[in-house]
Design a protein around this ligand. Structure first.
Ligand SMILES: Nc1ncnc2c1ncn2[C@@H]1O[C@H](COP(=O)(O)OP(=O)(O)OP(=O)(O)O)[C@@H](O)[C@H]1O
Length: 291
């Protein structure tokens, strides 16, 4: 691990005509980190990620991805060093997953040939849960299965850095859990991951840090646990009275409230729960404030 972060962005700007899609973003992602970009539709997540991938040109700002300017690395005829950079970066765009009449196995094996140290196609197909579809033509796959194929193509080259734009859209709950296990596995193997998602529980399950983008600006960066000072927010204690009515109180010292209740009930407190704001609660409040 070197001192330079895997991703460093300073003053990034991008406009489409009069629309300022990205309006001055600073961001650093460390080697080995899983970072989730959150934000409402049209906030500027995809634009930011595609600039980092080198697929879109920026208007202004500095961008370094694995020590290289991605815009330069993706230029036509950029040379051997740029090719090496592209081999180190895995990209899963927002949904393709269809390759005419080719089968899943053929597509993955085909992509494997582009990389100098590609993973074993059969192992990757297994990892994304498509082993029983290896001979299926890609246009016959379901939406979630096409997305899994996208993920397979993103990781076949064993990237150091993986970009995932809304990777689990269309996944059923079980597939999503399997995907989370795959991401944890990749992180354990040292892969740095930048993902965008609309699923707050996904960000919470996977990300070391989350960044919230609203109207092209990064309005907060923190751990999922601490975002919006969530960890020090008042706790809500709820319980049922002996008459069966629900009671609730907000407190900065919920342990004292629970101890007091335990003494009053001399034992088990019926229906007791202690909750703090969820990641979704603080996220929605932030987005509301930024609108
Ligand atoms: N090619 C384009 N031409 C013109 N405007 C664009 C283009 N791509 C994006 N935009 C605009 O830029 C803004 C940011 O879009 P972007 O796709 O980056 O948002 P996003 O956060 O990824 O949204 P979503 O969650 O819906 O994927 C939006 O207002 C969008 O309409």
């Amino acid at each position: 691990m070197d001192d330079e972060p895997a991703i460093r962005v300073r003053g990034l700007r991008k406009a489409y005509g009069d629309t300022a899609a990205v309006g001055g973003v600073d961001l650093e992602v460390a080697h080995g980190e899983v970072f989730a970009l959150l934000g409402p539709n049209g906030a500027g997540k995809t634009t930011t990620v595609e600039i980092l991938e080198g697929y879109r040109r920026r208007d202004d700002g500095e961008v370094s991805v694995l020590g290289v300017d991605p815009e330069v690395a993706q230029r036509r005829g950029a040379g051997a060093e740029a090719k090496r950079w592209r081999d180190r970066v895995g990209i899963v765009l927002q949904g393709t997953g269809e390759f005419d009449e080719l089968s899943v196995g053929e597509v993955v094996r085909h992509f494997a040939r582009f990389y100098p140290a590609a993973d074993d196609p059969a192992a990757v197909i297994e990892r994304v849960g498509l082993s029983d579809k290896v001979r299926a033509r890609t246009h016959t796959l379901s939406g979630g299965q096409k997305r899994r194929l996208d993920v397979a193509l993103g990781i076949i080259g064993r990237p150091e850095l993986l970009f995932l734009d809304e990777p689990t859209t269309g996944f059923d709950p079980e597939a999503r859990r399997e995907f989370w296990a795959l991401i944890r596995d990749l992180q354990a193997g040292g892969t740095t991951i930048l993902l965008t998602t609309h699923y707050l529980e996904e960000a919470e399950a996977l990300a070391d840090r989350v960044g919230v983008i609203a109207r092209g600006r990064l309005i907060a960066v923190d751990t999922p646990r601490s975002l919006g000072r969530r960890d020090s927010a008042l706790a809500t204690v709820s319980w049922r009275t002996p008459e069966g009515a629900w009671q609730r109180t907000e407190s900065a010292t919920p342990t004292a409230v629970v101890a007091d209740l335990a003494a009053r009930f001399s034992g088990e407190v019926p229906g007791l729960t202690v909750t703090r704001p969820t990641l979704e609660d603080v996220y929605l409040e932030m987005i509301g404030g930024a609108a």
